[in-house]
Ligand binder design. Structure first.
Ligand SMILES: CCCCCCCCCCCCCCCCC/C=C/C(=O)SCCNC(=O)CCNC(=O)[C@H](O)C(C)(C)COP(=O)(O)OP(=O)(O)OC[C@H]1O[C@@H](n2cnc3c(N)ncnc32)[C@H](O)[C@@H]1OP(=O)(O)O
Ligand SMILES: Cc1cc2nc3c(=O)[nH]c(=O)nc-3n(C[C@H](O)[C@H](O)[C@H](O)COP(=O)(O)OP(=O)(O)OC[C@H]3O[C@@H](n4cnc5c(N)ncnc54)[C@H](O)[C@@H]3O)c2cc1C
Length: 616
């Protein structure tokens, strides 16, 4: 199919090599080539062809995705793939923006076995689980409790005579609920999205399991019932930590898809007139459309950068823990918590902005933006609700203030809290990304000190830390967000500095995005900068001007920047986001193919005729 002339023109501009940026995003040329190979292994294999999942009922969708997920597993094994990124490539190429039915088995059942089973148990369960000879799930949440783990009611009473645990969900609120991939007792019913996963319920009534079913790499129960605590009790939370550490990159992936669709479509879509008689401009030429999408384009790159960094950091900490060193577990936990919370929340807001920036067609499943949205938005609740996780980060920051007062060295990711920040000079309208980072770190430091003063005062008055925290949860959450933004901007600036050395032209365009990210973040909290007398109104006016100027620099690069995400049309599965930009013809073809247009519903005759007969 010929290329849409608008997109053809967009691709003649630009100042950087798209393919080189794709290689950087993938982690090197070889990884790009391997990703292409794996995608083609899926896309050319007829077993992965099937009905358009957007036309399927819940039941049909589950069945079709389960069929495809089994094919993904077979393909992964056939190609001897054990790298999670490569396995995810095969998975994403097949799932059409859905979450597959066996995802929880991989991310929430196999992972804890790997983390907490001893060698015997690994032989017994981990090896067959990796071969899908046993299928598992992660049944923690109950009807009455999800966030508050210490409030869970399920019981495991040890019967010393039989060396067994007797499991019970003693109350209705104790029923295990939301358990992804749990086909034992029942499905919890239709959901907002996640149609590909059978989130189940599980009632336990005197279910007996052998003593050695308790994963025993860390804590264990001896034959006489004595509980041997793990060296570090917090490691039992490790299974959740693993998924949280991965979710920032999942957020970046989903936002990159949405931004690709919205920016390509905004170049194809012509609407209204700027100068009468001069034709309808591309909607991406409107400043308001740029103001919707370019900060999100910058955010997708920022989130990808920090998502890769978080996974590397988490993997290093897990290796240290495997060798018995727990000193970085706390930092890993609060980084994963803050990044998972902020990135997934801002991503689902961003996908929604991408959807309505495409007008009515964004609301159609033909765009796939609604599919991406409803499957992504769960990540702000699942694996740790946003506020719950931000409070974890906030409590850690309050401890950092005490450490500072006591002269205890801080973890590297919070070292800036110990830095002094000079008042900014007059910010002219081309402030660089390093100055923007300093400003964002300054705000986080000031906010942490401000919140800590309130919590301390409350603690003095009540002597109860939980009460003190509970009274200031709103500003504690804001403090955690401010710190997390400093972590994101720091990762982005560090990566762009590195790329400026290795590939100046790519680095330059990424530095523009980094500035857009930083300026957008500062303007979103401009009142704090005035209140802390770090910036003046003139400075804020100047960076507002800078933002609009940055949009003009990014405008000719925008399509190339989303092309660099390198989503194959069959992976993106969006008519608005097609690489060739042939939207209208394919929208019409897609609509005509809808089953709704295929069979005579019969309902018309059945009910409307009654109206006629009723002679109202
Ligand atoms: C071929 C296939 C390939 C596969 C490809 C896959 C592709 C990827 C597609 C991905 C699609 C998306 C998948 C997503 C699936 C999601 C499924 C969802 C699963 C779930 O939701 S599971 C259930 C999740 N539940 C929670 O997260 C509960 C949240 N609540 C808690 O964690 C705790 O209640 C708490 C932390 C809020 C409170 O804990 P507690 O009551 O004990 O009290 P404290 O706050 O004082 O904590 C005690 C100390 O422990 C430390 N701590 C807490 N948590 C952790 C942790 N996780 N790690 C380390 N340390 C932790 C605290 O800091 C405290 O420490 P202190 O020193 O004592 O202060
Ligand atoms: C798509 C999806 C898949 C899931 N898959 C699984 C799975 O496979 N296995 C599993 O075990 N669970 C699973 N879950 C459950 C998930 O882990 C919980 O929904 C999540 O932990 C939130 O807990 P909750 O539902 O009890 O919400 P609640 O904690 O009841 O939250 C309700 C509100 O209360 C607020 N709140 C609660 N506690 C506090 C507090 N201390 N301070 C301030 N505000 C508070 C929250 O911020 C929120 O606004 C899944 C959930 C979803 C949506």
């Amino acid at each position: 199919m010929p290329m849409n002339p608008d997109l053809e023109k967009e691709r003649q501009g630009g100042t950087f090599d798209v393919e080189q940026l794709t290689h950087i995003l993938d982690g090197g040329r070889d990884k790009t080539l391997k990703r292409h190979f794996l995608e083609q292994e899926v896309l050319k294999d007829p077993v992965f062809r099937g009905p358009d999942t957007r036309f399927l009922s819940r039941e049909e969708l589950f069945g079709e995705l389960l069929r495809k997920h089994v094919a993904v597993i077979k393909k992964t094994q056939e190609l001897s793939i054990d790298d999670i990124n490569e396995a995810s490539t095969i998975y994403s190429a097949a799932m059409n923006n859905n979450v597959g039915p066996l995802t929880l088995h991989s991310v929430a059942f196999v992972a804890p076995l790997d983390l907490m089973a001893d060698d015997e148990q690994k032989k017994k369960w981990l090896i067959p689980a990796k071969k899908y000879e046993i299928i598992g799930c992660y049944a923690q949440t109950e009807l009455g409790h999800g966030s508050f783990i210490r409030g869970l009611e399920t019981r495991a009473d040890y019967d010393v005579n039989t060396q067994q645990f007797v499991l019970n969900t003693p109350t209705e609120t104790a029923i295990k609920w939301w358990v992804g991939g749990c086909v034992a007792v029942g499905d919890i019913g239709p959901k907002f999205g996640f149609g590909g996963v059978d989130n189940g319920y599980l009632c336990l009534n005197n279910v007996r399991i052998p003593r050695d079913n308790l994963l025993a790499k860390t804590g264990k129960v001896l034959e006489d019932g004595t509980y041997v605590k793990p060296e570090n009790p917090k490691v039992v939370y490790g299974s959740m930590l693993g998924i949280r550490a991965a979710l920032p990159k999942v957020g970046a992936y989903n936002l990159s898809k949405a931004v690709t669709i919205a920016i390509r479509y905004s170049c194809v879509r012509h609407q209204s007139e700027i100068k009468p008689g001069c034709g309808e401009p591309q909607v991406l030429d409107y400043q308001t459309q740029q103001h919707k999408l370019f900060p999100l384009l910058a955010t997708a790159y920022a989130f990808h950068t920090v998502g890769v960094w978080m996974l590397d950091f988490h993997s290093t900490v897990m290796n240290e823990i495997n060798e018995g060193h727990y000193h970085r577990l706390a930092e890993d936990h609060v980084l994963a918590a803050g990044l998972k919370a902020v990135i997934n929340w801002k991503t689902h807001e961003g996908i929604e902005i991408c959807r309505f920036s495409c007008g009515g067609h964004g609301y159609s499943l033909a765009s796939s933006l609604p599919v991406i949205y409803v499957n992504h938005v769960a990540n702000s609740t699942a694996e740790g609700e946003t506020v719950i996780l931000l409070l974890q980060t906030a409590v850690y920051l309050m401890k950092c203030v005490i450490d500072l007062e006591q002269g205890t060295p801080l973890d590297p990711s919070v070292a800036y809290l110990d830095q002094s920040f000079s008042k900014s000079e007059q910010w002219c309208s081309d402030v660089d990304m390093h100055s923007l980072l300093k400003a964002i770190q300054f705000r986080s430091k000031k906010f942490t000190e401000y919140v800590s003063s309130f919590v301390k005062k409350e603690l003095m008055a009540t002597g109860n830390q939980q009460l003190a925290f509970n009274k200031h949860k709103v500003i504690l959450v804001e403090c955690a967000k401010a710190h997390t933004e400093a972590v994101i901007m720091n990762a982005f600036v560090t990566k762009v500095d590195e790329i400026l050395q290795s590939n100046p032209s790519v680095g330059k365009v990424l530095s523009l995005l980094c500035q857009i990210y930083g300026v957008t973040e500062i303007l979103a909290h401009s009142g704090d900068y005035i209140q802390y007398e770090y910036l003046r109104k003139i400075d804020l006016d100047n960076i507002q001007d800078q933002l609009f100027k940055l949009y003009t620099y990014i405008r000719p690069e925008a399509v190339l920047l989303v092309d660099a995400f390198d989503f194959h049309d069959e992976v993106l599965k969006s008519i608005l986001g097609r690489y060739d930009g042939q939207v209208y013809e394919n929208m019409f073809k897609w609509a005509k193919a809808s089953p709704f247009n295929k069979q005579d519903q019969g309902t018309f005759r059945k009910y409307i005729q009654q109206l006629k007969q009723a002679k109202l």
